[in-house]
Design a protein around this ligand. Structure first.
Ligand SMILES: [Zn+2]
Length: 90
């Protein structure tokens, strides 16, 4: 069984992965690690690259700002579909 010994100090979402800065509670070393976007918000297990101790880290969720960009694209599509209802009503 692994303990949660890795704390994500800072993170940044890129198009391909999650770039994190992680602190190891065992050896107090700070290192950077990249995770696939699929693992967003999940608890993942890995070994410390410095001292080799196994542990878990809680990955962050994408921020609200980053999600808004996607939602705006969907709204534009819905408005275009609504306009067609006024054609040839009579
Ligand atoms: Zn360590």
């Amino acid at each position: 069984m692994a303990n949660t010994i890795f704390r994500v100090q800072s993170h940044k979402f890129s198009q391909d992965n999650i770039q994190t800065t992680v602190v190891c509670a065992k050896c107090d070393e700070i290192f950077s690690k990249e995770f696939p976007l699929d693992l967003e918000g999940q608890t993942i297990e890995f070994k410390c690259p410095v001292c080799g101790a196994p542990g878990e880290a809680d990955l962050p969720y994408k921020s609200a700002e980053e999600r808004e960009e996607l939602e705006e694209d969907f709204e534009e599509v819905e408005e275009e579909e609504g306009e067609e209802e006024f054609e040839d009503d009579y």
